[in-house]
Design a protein around this ligand. Structure first.
Ligand SMILES: [Zn+2]
Length: 53
């Protein structure tokens, strides 16, 4: 089971909590670093077309 480490793109901390999802189903995260203003961000996923090989 692969562990995905989520880091804040603004400050680089791994003090992240999940913060709901977009309507498109994209997971959002919230930075818990006080010095980072607790920004909300989302990871960018690369969708691989399963048909293409
Ligand atoms: Zn941050």
């Amino acid at each position: 089971m692969a562990k995905v480490e989520v880091r804040c793109p603004y400050c680089g901390t791994n003090e992240i909590v999940k913060y709901g999802k977009e309507k498109t189903g994209v997971q959002r995260y919230k930075c818990m670093n006080k010095e980072c203003c607790r920004k909300i961000f989302q990871l960018e996923y690369v969708i691989v077309d399963p048909i293409r090989q």
